[in-house]
Design a protein around this ligand. Sequence first.
Ligand SMILES: [Zn+2]
Ligand SMILES: [Zn+2]
Length: 81
Amino acid sequence: MPEIHRKLSSIEKICHDSECSEKIASLKPEHVTLFKTFTYCPYCAEELTLVCQSCREQLNSSEFKYCPWCGVNFADAETVK
Ligand SMILES: [Zn+2]
Ligand SMILES: [Zn+2]
């Protein structure tokens, strides 16, 4: 039987620089929310990459509702408590 239930995940913004990634990973939750609206890395000015938090594959749109690679459901940020 196919899985009807979709796993929930979210789109993550990452910087390819590992030093930036560490800084981003240690951000406070309220800063993470703000960070998600950024286009460029605030630490090195490189363009941020969107990835699926579940499978880490790169996404080319932040409008995606589901991951095209692993099928997780990206919960709408506004509906997340
Ligand atoms: Zn960076
Ligand atoms: Zn995925």
